[in-house]
Design a binder for this molecule. Structure first.
Ligand SMILES: [Cu+2]
Length: 653
């Protein structure tokens, strides 16, 4: 039973949280407002570029939003795990396979943690990975096109939260299950949790040239909840650290039941050792079906493949592969400092921020300084591995990043603030309020070996009273904080797309140098490409009508089409013949009930349409492309099935 004093404790924490928010709502909001110093620091003159890209997850929007820093300009919304009416992603014949899964076509998911690819533990600007939290998957976005290149489903997982985090050279990205579930999944009583429910840690191999992902192996882990992760670096190279909560193994009312123990764990995994065990054949052949959906740049088609089976390592068969580090209390972050020596736990309900020393972890393993075990995994003695505790940091520590100058910055959800503290002395040296209820924070490169320690972005859940009101729903917000000096300074607020759950930042030039501006029409191997206007045509086979259409400023070819019958399955395969940067064309037809198309220069996209009534159907370009954009239109004549209107097409000449 939950004791009365614990209930009281939770109530006090909640009351404090409400109090903090109320206090800042009343007194804090004028701070920095109108400061010309702050304004000049975020001013990026018209025509000039921002210094950094920031990639913010959209949370429940399933997307990623790219912003420029320090201006906070929204540059692009990248659809990943959600259909996107703006450009037809997930609707078009070319892209809908991207959203296939063993649960069928999924039009939505919850995108949480963007992770940049890294070389020598520094973001390299090639790819951005992101997890879907609900139906476990990982996507890879190609940063030369800002498009989702690939989505890999994660089998044997119940909610993909501790994901996707990369090793120093992006050898692997990991995906740990948030919810423990029966693995393999089966029909068992929920109250058999302790016997039947397990966690899983997936190691996804990344091809160093193409970026293609594949599941290398999984580890069957104790039935806890796995929250976040980071790879080791430098001295801790070859290790991964996962935060866990609900080590109580509760399956109901987790709010209370998973907050009983004073300490949960950080799970340390020696992935080099795991790799060896797989090579030695210690992994079991395990079931699990999963989709792998890849966008083929050459054919411009998403291809979807169902894969079966994984290699599974069982910890009891694999000595010296995993250790549990006691960590107070329901930790969120498991964050490794730039040197790779310190691992910081973010205990949501803890009063201190614990910092573990990798050298001490190694010594404790050597000395067998154990405090029991869980399912064959030794538990290290807290006192043997702790380097220091940050006292009076704040309430509800969540997540820590680093500036590369010896300081760490931790977000605190309950007390709604960021604290800056010194590595080694563990002293808090500065604090700044966040408006309001900060979740993650991000310093460009702040989880890497070489942070660009100039700005910090706070990602806040509550925006109440910060912007002009927009009814019951307010956009969540990001706040840019200057961390270049001794004292943190709030520079800018800006609203975000969906929930800015987490973000990654990178120096702009590492991304701009790789930018693709057009698709070369000569390399377009789309099966329905039309490479010139003279090849434009309409082909009819039974009820299937394929329209090979081109678009260029400012007309479609063909633009008059007759002989289409009610109930025909009509495919407009529209090729944009432009070979100029930033000249897309759009396509939509009256009554069309999928999305519009937005076709990049040199690209082909397909619009599927089944007319239900006879009549004349106008179509037009939806993307303002030229002075005569409004003239960029055409007509399809649809006749009853029993008529004999012949098939004809042309430009009306
Ligand atoms: Cu146009």
């Amino acid at each position: 039973m939950f004791s009365t004093w614990k209930r009281t404790g939770v109530k006090i924490a909640l009351a404090l949280a409400v109090g903090f928010i109320f206090w800042w709502g009343c007194s804090g909001k004028k701070e920095m407002a109108g400061s010309s110093d702050a304004a000049s620091k975020v001013y990026v003159a018209p025509g000039s570029y921002d210094e950094f890209y920031a990639f913010l997850s959209g949370g429940f929007s399933g997307q990623v939003a790219a912003y420029g820093l320090p201006s906070g300009r929204l540059l692009r919304v990248i659809p990943v795990f959600a259909v996107n009416p703006e450009n037809g992603y997930g609707y078009t014949d070319e892209t809908k396979n991207m959203l296939n899964s063993t649960h069928g076509f999924i039009p939505w998911d919850d995108s949480h943690h963007p992770e940049l690819s890294k070389t020598n533990d520094v973001p390299d600007g090639r790819w951005l990975f992101i997890n879907s939290n609900n139906t476990p998957r990982i996507a890879r976005i190609d940063l030369s096109t800002f498009r989702t290149a690939e989505i890999l489903e994660i089998p044997n997982s119940g909610g993909n939260h501790a994901s996707p985090f990369a090793t120093e050279n992006t050898e692997y990205i990991v995906a740990a299950t948030r919810f423990s579930v029966p693995i393999p999944d089966r029909d068992v009583p929920i109250n058999s949790f302790k016997e039947n429910f397990k966690g899983s840690l997936s190691f996804v191999k990344v091809n160093p040239q193409s970026g293609d992902m594949s599941i290398a192996f999984q580890i069957l882990a104790p039935g806890f909840n796995y929250d976040l992760s980071h790879a080791g670096k430098g001295p801790s190279s070859g290790w991964f650290f996962f935060s866990t909560y609900n080590t109580e193994q509760a399956h109901t009312l987790l709010e209370i039941n998973a907050s009983q123990k004073d300490k949960d764990f950080i799970l340390a995994v020696n992935w080099k050792k795991a790799e060896e065990y797989v090579k030695q054949g210690k992994a079991k052949d395990w079931g699990g079906e999963y989709y792998h959906n890849v966008f083929n740049e050459s054919t411009q088609m998403a291809e979807s493949n169902l894969n079966k089976g994984v290699k599974m390592l069982i910890p009891a068969d694999c000595p010296d592969m995993m250790y549990l580090i006691p960590c107070p209390k329901s930790p969120h972050g498991a964050d490794v400092d730039p040197s790779g020596e310190y691992i910081v736990g973010g205990g949501k309900l803890a009063t201190v921020i614990p910092v573990f020393a990798f050298a001490k972890i190694q010594k404790a393993i050597e000395d067998k300084a154990f405090d029991g075990e869980v399912e064959g995994i030794p538990v290290l003695k807290y006192d043997a591995v702790i380097a220091g505790e940050v006292q009076e940091a704040g309430l509800g520590a969540l997540h820590t990043e680093f500036d590369g100058k010896g300081y760490a910055y931790t977000s605190h959800f309950v007390s709604s603030e960021v604290t800056k503290w010194k590595l080694g002395t563990w002293e808090v040296v500065d604090r700044i309020p966040a408006y309001y209820s900060i979740g993650h924070l991000m310093i460009p490169g702040g989880d890497s070996h070489k942070p660009w320690g100039k700005y910090l972005l706070a990602m806040n859940k509550i925006t109440k009273d910060r912007y002009l009101p927009t009814g019951p729903e307010l956009n969540q917000s990001a706040q840019l904080i200057d961390i270049s000096g001794d004292k943190m300074k709030l520079l800018l607020d800006f609203p975000t797309v969906g929930e800015p759950h987490y973000a990654q930042g990178i120096a702009a030039e590492l991304v701009t140098k790789n930018q693709r501006k057009i698709y070369d029409i000569n390399e377009n191997k789309h099966p329905y490409v039309t490479k010139s206007e003279k090849d434009a045509r309409v082909e009819k086979k039974g009820k299937e009508v394929h329209i090979y259409m081109t678009a260029s400023r400012s007309h479609f070819t063909p633009d008059n089409i007759e002989g289409v019958k009610v109930g025909d399955e009509v495919y407009f395969h529209v090729t944009n013949l432009e070979q100029d940067w930033d000249i897309p064309h759009g396509f939509a037809i009256k009554g069309g009930n999928t999305a519009e198309l937005l076709i990049m220069p040199g690209e082909t996209l397909t619009y599927r349409w089944t007319p239900k009534k006879a009549g004349i159907y106008p179509f037009y370009c939806t993307d303002f492309c030229s002075a005569l954009h409004q003239e960029m239109q055409g007509y399809v004549r649809v006749s009853e099935t029993n008529t004999n209107v012949p098939l004809s097409f042309g430009t009306g000449k």
